[in-house]
Design a protein around this ligand. Structure first.
Ligand SMILES: [Zn+2]
Ligand SMILES: [Zn+2]
Length: 380
């Protein structure tokens, strides 16, 4: 093990002790490293919509993912390598990990299950090791909302470019890489096509930026609140449909139809996570068009008419998470597109570990876009 950095015996971490309750700051042991594992000191983490669902218990209750408190939440984080169990650990994209490097990393993947090894879809690994998980047992520090985080040996590591701020990289390690992976599954966007984006949260905003970069003729963004829609406009939306002004789905669908000459949009992308969004989006796609579903993590059920899929000749594309190539691409995009898109505009409020509950509440009530958790901020 290489450890030149001054590492304490314990690390502060924000801990979910009970679903929906205020988080506690606890001191957790700095774990011994398995061969190939790393320890990073967190520079910044960001809050994801799914952290809210981990905290409120809905992912667990809905059977989406079993979660047993106590849990250190957070899976969007950038860390500085302060300890390594092995001196020949490689990066995705080339190069070797060195002490002091700034990195992001994937969930742990087994590399040998059907999904990893045969289908080439490690994002669907059957033995995935998550971050934002139970912290009762070794390796304890398995979430981003802490001073230190353990990096599983089977997590792929990606170096963060020097000109990418740690909170951008954190958002890039979940929201942006998810969108980049989904765009690969979606396929080409032609410069005469219209894209509809449901939900101007972090996913929908990154999707707007990528649609702009892809050259889409028209980008219609649907959602609320106004501050998010305004940022969507800055990042390339040509038309905005506020759900505050148009609270019923029929009006939103007819507005999209009017904006597209009655045809509907070539591409509709669902990033909102709202229960009603799937059925609504289905009515916005032109016949023969594509519907990308990337935001539906909740346990809700909805009713649709399957004949719409057949008779309208639709491609319905689900996309879940990403592989390490998409993390690498996300880091390059943040570096290359930073003049065109002010990524600081996503980052709303900075919170210390003692204030993670407030950050989660802000994400839940949409007063925040991307709260930043900075473990160096201390309670006053
Ligand atoms: Zn996330
Ligand atoms: Zn696997």
């Amino acid at each position: 093990m290489t450890a030149n950095f001054d590492i304490p015996a314990t690390s502060r971490a924000a801990v979910i002790t009970e679903f929906g309750a205020d988080l506690e700051v606890r001191e957790l042991p700095i774990p011994d490293l398995e061969p190939g594992a790393l320890l990073v000191r967190i520079e910044a983490a960001t809050v994801c919509g799914s952290d809210v669902h981990v905290w409120d218990g809905s992912l667990h209750a809905g059977g989406v993912r079993p979660i047993v408190p106590p849990v250190v939440p957070g899976h969007e984080m950038t860390g500085v390598v302060v300890s390594m169990a092995g001196d020949d650990i490689g990066y995705t994209g080339g190069g070797r990990v060195a002490m002091g490097d700034r990195i992001v990393f994937t969930q742990g993947r087994c590399g040998t299950c059907y999904h990893c090894a045969v289908a080439g879809q490690p994002n669907l690994c059957s033995h995935r090791r998550n971050y934002g998980d139970n912290c009762d047992n070794h390796p304890y520090l398995v979430g981003g909302f802490a001073e230190y985080c353990y990096v599983y040996p089977s997590s792929r590591k990606i170096k963060v470019p020097d000109d990418v701020a740690p909170e951008w990289a954190s958002a890039g390690s979940c929201a942006l890489r998810t969108v980049i992976a989904a765009y690969e599954r979606l396929g080409r966007i032609e410069p005469w096509q219209t894209v509809v984006i449901q939900g101007p949260g972090p996913l929908g905003l990154f999707a707007t930026a990528l649609a702009k970069r892809s050259g889409a003729a028209r980008i219609i963004v649907i959602g609320a609140p106004a501050a998010r829609l305004e940022l969507a406009r800055e990042w390339g939306a040509t038309d905005l449909i506020s759900v505050d002004d148009a609270p019923d789905a029929e009006t939103r669908v007819s507005t999209v139809r009017e904006l597209t000459g009655g045809n509907g949009a070539e591409i509709v992308q669902e990033w909102s996570g709202a229960g009603s969004a799937f059925a609504e989006g289905l009515d916005m796609v032109r016949r023969g068009g594509r519907f990308l579903v990337g935001g539906q993590v909740g346990p809700h059920h909805v009713t649709i008419q399957p004949a719409k899929i057949m008779k309208n000749h639709l491609d319905i594309i689900g996309s879940m998470s990403a592989d390490d190539s998409h993390y690498w691409k996300a880091m390059q995009f943040l570096s290359q597109a930073k003049q065109e898109f002010d990524f600081d505009r996503l980052m709303t409020t900075r919170y210390g570990l003692h204030d993670v509950t407030a950050a989660l509440r802000g994400m839940q009530n949409l007063s925040e876009i991307k709260p930043v958790i900075d473990p160096r901020l201390l309670a006053s």
